[in-house]
Design a binder for this molecule. Structure first.
Ligand SMILES: Cc1cc2nc3c(=O)[nH]c(=O)nc-3n(C[C@H](O)[C@H](O)[C@H](O)COP(=O)(O)OP(=O)(O)OC[C@H]3O[C@@H](n4cnc5c(N)ncnc54)[C@H](O)[C@@H]3O)c2cc1C
Length: 805
């Protein structure tokens, strides 16, 4: 057996084989896959083999598109058949919200180049004749949908990898993974020890157990899943005899997917009375067996399916496939370098291996060979969960995700399972103030504050929700008096040491401020993509505090550790430092009433230490609301004391608490971008305007400099622009296409309602040469063309006098 390798991939399911193939495709041929049994011995062998592009995240959808197009390439390279049936598929909508969701998906597909189409009930009855279309409003047809042979496809990946030099060792159980001090790995197997530079966990059903060998917990859990194969269905037989094939039908109302199988049908269910599997761990002796049939839990689903597809009821059940597969809490894969461990990569929790496996393999291989991926993979980055994650959180979330697999996903929806989990000292108090809670990176965050006679639940909707009035009140309080909100949900880092400034100068693209000052700083990847949007504060020459998005903590710490330097310590202090932000014209008066410190002397983008009442605080004069504002940081143990004082003094000035909904509206007044909306790895500083914070004149060779300079020379092909939209009752959310002169020329990154200006606003990327004030465009929102006009003057405090004054 080969005993040294550049990469050891553990697991020979569809995902491990795809990773192996893509590593060879990108030029790494000294790679090896280790499988405890035969290839496909986990979830892979009993998959129904369906594939589709539909995914709420556009990058995931694009990667699913890549996966599907890859199969032909595999067949050509290897001469093996993947058993492809490109039959197309239609997703049904039986109510307005579902139809809205399909319209929004279709709109996104326009600029992604996916040829989906909205179809009428009559068209559905024609293309998918086994469907009873009673009560159906329409559907989304995707010509790329289809199914394949799971085993043939996995072997095709494996053969293509072998042909390029990869080695596959089957019947070779991995028992231990031990890291050497130099970061490489000893993989202890039944056949001996393999020394690998990199290790990939693609162990599917056993990914938890394999992770535990390296002392880590990966948040995934297996669920039981069942599909039924029928005997011959005359309608299907007739289609086949006429040389045709029946398309897939996804029926979200019935939580089912249906396709042709032989001369009959095959239907699978995401049933509500679902069950998680192997709570205490996946048995090592589980392999090619199935779980016992369980008709009880799918009884309601079957009944529904018999009404939607009457032919099923007449056909009789030929066989039942009931097996387990794994999910992460949000249903997306867990991919990438595992934070805190060198050279350990995750390719786990891929719940749709035949839709996503190719994209997962490509992205991981790019990450390993080039250091970063060509697109933003945040939706599947293993770092989207921090070390707060536990099995007790994962399991109910996974169950919730399974149950909601076919539900409408609303942009404003807050899912309830495993909550409330992490709370600040303010939780009960804010609750008394009517907080309606949201959820960020495990933390409860106030979205808005309802009045006593208003519901304490935001209605999930594609249109303006019942949070509208409360958000308007909070915006008014900020713009006319003063608002208060926690700063717990900011990611915070302490960078210390003699070399701290030099390190920051290399890591950040902007100005590293002098003591007592703040500076906004883009952080760039080597390819010049935006991987962070930071406020850097200089406490003293060797101590800096950074703030950024709370949800990006593990992502940012992983980057900092990968780029660590002797003489610099970097600590994530996000949960060790909390406090409040106050913003609005009266913010200064409130703060001045609470401290003897020279509040009036603190300039915009300044920083000072002060006692506020009894509490030792660090105060930064900056605000994402675009208003006069302060971020006041303190020890969590003192947060309630700080609140008591600020709130008491605030009352004379009309202080009101405000939540995230108001914050996102306020920032729109100034066209401020937000993390993973405008600022993220899909975009560059020049495209988004963050280049104004890059300090090209600094000596330091900051990461991403060459790419940023090249783009400065050439100019970006597209630019972020703000639009005022004639929006009806539905504002832009994200990814709506922008039509200019009858063609889709761009897409929205985010948007919403500016309660201050009383206008609907969209931020969008459009071709640079078109970005001129007054440009008339149309934005397609839920299938309707909405007139939009490009605006350049901020809707509030255009000259910054209030913010800086
Ligand atoms: C009933 C059912 C129907 C499904 N239908 C579809 C569908 O229509 N379309 C779709 O896209 N997906 C479907 N899926 C999901 C699909 O099966 C999974 O997404 C996919 O198989 C995951 O592949 P994987 O490679 O990640 O994991 P697995 O297939 O579980 O592979 C993991 C491999 O790792 C090996 N391994 C584990 N531990 C070790 C060790 N210590 N040493 C060596 N080797 C080890 C295992 O033996 C196994 O071969 C279905 C799943 C089920 C249960």
């Amino acid at each position: 057996m080969k005993t040294t390798t550049r990469v050891a991939v553990i697991g020979g399911g569809v995902v491990g084989c795809s990773v192996l193939y893509h590593l060879t495709k990108l030029g790494w041929s000294d790679v090896m896959l280790i499988e405890r049994s035969e290839l496909t011995s986990g979830s892979t062998w009993h998959a129904a083999g369906g594939f589709h592009t539909l995914n709420g995240d556009t990058n995931m959808a694009a990667l699913q598109g890549y996966t599907i197009k890859l199969y032909k390439e595999l067949e050509e390279i290897t001469g093996l058949s993947c058993g492809l049936h490109h039959v197309g598929g239609v997703t049904l909508a039986d109510n307005r919200d579902r139809f809205d969701m399909l319209l929004a998906e279709r709109a996104k597909h326009r600029y992604m180049g996916l040829e989906t189409e909205i179809v009428t009930p009559e068209e559905i009855a024609r293309i998918a004749p086994v469907t009873n279309t009673d009560g159906i409003l329409g559907g989304l047809y995707d010509p790329l949908d289809g199914h394949l042979d799971p085993s043939g496809t996995t072997h095709a990946y494996a053969k293509a990898a072998r042909m390029a030099g990869a080695v596959i060792e089957t019947h070779c159980h991995v028992h231990e993974t031990n890291q050497r001090p130099d970061g490489t790995w000893d993989v202890v197997t039944a056949k001996g020890t393999i020394h690998a530079e990199h290790l990939v966990n693609a162990a599917g059903l056993w990914a938890r157990e394999v992770a535990a060998m390296a002392g880590i917990y990966l948040p995934l859990h297996p669920m039981e899943h069942q599909y039924i194969v029928t005997g011959e269905v005359p309608e299907i037989a007739a289609i086949i005899d006429a040389g045709g094939e029946h398309p897939h039908v996804m029926d979200p109302a019935g939580e089912s997917y249906l396709r042709q199988e032989g001369r009959g049908l095959c239907i699978g269910f995401y049933e509500q009375p679902c069950r998680s599997w192997a709570v205490d761990g996946t048995p090592w002796n589980f392999g090619h067996e199935l779980l016992p049939d369980d008709f009880d839990k799918i009884e309601d689903s079957i009944e529904f399916a018999y009404r939607r597809f009457p032919a099923l009821g007449r056909a009789g059940v030929k066989s039942v496939i009931h097996g387990p597969f794994t999910f992460a809490p949000d249903g997306n894969p867990l991919v990438g370098p595992v934070p805190g461990l060198r050279n350990y990569w995750s390719a786990c929790a891929v719940m749709a291996g035949f839709s996503q496996g190719g994209g997962v393999g490509l992205m991981l291989a790019q990450w390993m060979t080039a250091g970063e991926c060509e697109r933003d993979v945040s939706a599947m980055d293993v770092a989207r969960y921090g070390d707060w994650i536990t099995p007790g959180y994962t399991r109910p979330k996974v169950i919730e995700n399974y149950q909601k697999r076919f539900s409408v996903s609303y942009p404003n929806e807050e899912l309830p399972a495993a909550r409330p989990f992490r709370r600040t000292p303010m939780y009960d108090l804010f609750d008394q103030h009517g907080a309606v809670w949201g959820h960020q990176y495990g933390l409860e965050v106030a979205n808005y504050f309802a009045k006593d006679d208003e519901p304490r639940f935001e209605t999930p909707s594609f249109r303006r929700s019942n949070a509208f009035a409360a958000t308007a009140r909070e915006v008014k309080a900020v713009r006319e008096a003063v608002g208060i909100n926690e700063v717990q949900n900011f990611g915070k880092y302490l960078v210390r040491g003699a070399a701290a400034r030099a390190w920051l100068d290399r890591i950040m693209a902007g100005t590293i401020p002098q003591p007592g000052r703040l500076a906004l700083n883009p952080m760039l990847s080597t390819m010049g993509r935006i991987i962070g949007d930071f406020t850097v504060a200089c406490r003293d020459e060797t101590t800096f505090q950074l703030t950024a998005s709370y949800g990006a903590q593990a992502y940012h710490m992983r980057w900092f550790e990968q780029n660590a330097q002797a003489g610099v310590s970097i600590e994530n202090i996000s949960d060790r430092l909390t406090g409040f932000q106050i913003a609005g014209p009266k913010a200064r008066d409130v703060l001045a009433a609470c401290t003897d410190a020279d509040v009036a002397g603190l300039r915009f983008m300044g920083l000072m230490h002060a006692s506020v009442g009894m509490v030792d605080c660090l105060i930064q004069r900056v605000s994402f609301t675009g208003d006069l504002g302060y971020e006041i940081y303190c020890d969590p143990m003192a947060q309630r004391s700080l609140w008591d004082l600020l709130w008491r003094e605030g009352q004379a000035h009309g202080m009101k608490p405000f939540g995230m909904r108001a914050m996102m509206s306020l920032r729109l007044d100034k066209f401020f971008g937000a993390w993973l909306h405008e600022y993220g790895p899909d975009y560059t500083p020049a495209e988004t305007g963050l280049d104004r914070f890059i300090r090209f004149s600094k000596q330091a060779d900051f990461i991403g400099r060459a790419a940023a300079e090249a783009e400065r020379q050439s100019g970006p092909a597209r630019r972020l622009a703000a639009f005022e939209v004639t929006a009806g009752d539905t504002d832009v959310n994200a990814y709506e296409p922008v039509w200019i002169d009858g063609k889709v020329q761009g897409f929205c990154t985010s948007g919403g309602y500016s309660h201050h200006a009383g206008k609907s606003i969209a931020l969008a990327l459009i071709p640079s040469q078109m970005a001129r004030p007054g440009l008339e465009a149309q934005i397609e929102i839920l299938g309707e063309m909405r007139p939009a006009r490009l605006i350049t003057t901020p809707l509030f405090d255009a000259d910054g006098a209030r913010m800086r004054g």
